[in-house]
Structures are given as structure tokens and as C-alpha cells.
Design a protein around this ligand. Sequence first.
Ligand code: ADP
Length: 208
Amino acid sequence: MTKEESSSEVCIGHRDLVIGASSMRIIFIGPPGAGKGTQAAALTQRLSIVHLSTGDMLREAARAKTPLGREAAEHMNAGRLVPKELVQQLVAERIAGPDCRDGYLLDGFPRTVEQAEHLDKWLDAQGASIDLVVNLAVDDAVLLARLASRGREDDADDVVRERLRQYDKLTRPLVDYYRRRGVLREIDGHGTPDEVLRRIVAEVEAAS
Ligand code: ADP
């Protein structure tokens, strides 16, 4: 390969990273094991927006053994959702921060229609709105296999079953909530992380 060829390749790679989607507000929904965390980390790096994972925030609080963290851990380790007051407080403080002014991706919040209504109220008050909601769809058998190989504290068999039950009952209704608002995009979450990321990036580009 000549020098010109190799530098043009770098250039194409670089251009590929700069998609015109800064200051977007994005939500990821999808069942446990769908790959939200992996995809959210990759996408936020590309877009240079803040990645807000309520699961990560709650696990951090649990590790630090703050009062909120201790209470959250009891629910997380049983596969239940953490009481909304705890999560909403964490998210409200975070999205009011100056680094979130230029956009953010919410990963794990909202997780119920009630949480989504709260978020809409905060956004309305700021004159802001959600640009895109990505629903990562993955077959149950694949979810179970992925979770079994991950080995997080809340990935034990019975806890996973409870988390999937909670997802079906409480989080799945969000798909319709956002579909009605016209911001929902269904993404096939099967395949390699790169393949899934490409599908998501195509939707982000279409929405920006
Ligand atoms: P996953 O999507 O694989 O279940 P997360 O890291 O997003 O993993 O969440 C782990 C746990 O954190 C959940 O099972 C739940 O107990 C708690 N949690 C995270 N986000 C929320 C939320 N918005 N509302 C209530 N509980 C939450």
C-alpha cells in the first residue's frame, strides 16, 4: 500500500466517525442481555455525548455502600427494579449537569411508563425533547445464553428469570409509549457488536 492509499484509508475511517449527530438525546431500551451497555458505550464515544447508565450508577453506589446504594442493592440482587424515587433522584441530578447540555444517551432509564412520564416532565421544563429511542430486540434464547456467560452478581439463573419477568411486565409497555410519539426505532440486536452498532448508527444518522 502506498502512503497516499494508507492515509486516505485513515481519512475515510475518520469521516465515518464524525456523524452529524451531536447534542442528541437518545434512549436505549431492550431486555437484560440485549447489549444496551456495550452499544451505548460505543455509540456515545462516537457521538461525544454522555453515557448515563442507571445500572452502572446504582452498582457504583452499591459498591460505595452509600445509603442509596445499600437499598438499591437489595432490589438489584433480587432481580427487581429499584424504587423509582432512588433512580429518579440519580438521573435528575445527572442530566441537569453542564456536561449533559450537549446531549446524552440514557441506558436503563426510563424503565417504566411512570419513569418515562417523569422524564417527559423534566424535559418539557427545559424546553427539550428526546430525539431517538432505540429498542434493541434479541430472542429470549440468545438473551439467556448471553446472560449465562456474563456472570454479574445479578446474572444467576433465578435472578435473570425475575429480571426478564420484570422487563415484560414493566418495561415492554415503553415500546408503545415511544412508538406513539414517533421516536421509536426497532433494531435487530443479533450478530456481532460491530454489526449491531452499524444498524444503530444508520438510524442515528437518519434521525439527526
Ligand atoms: P440489565 O439491562 O442487563 O438488566 P442494568 O445494568 O441496566 O442491566 O440494570 C441492572 C439493575 O439495576 C436492574 O435489574 C434494576 O434492579 C436496576 N435498575 C437500573 N435502572 C433502573 C431503573 N430505571 N429503574 C429501576 N431499577 C433500575
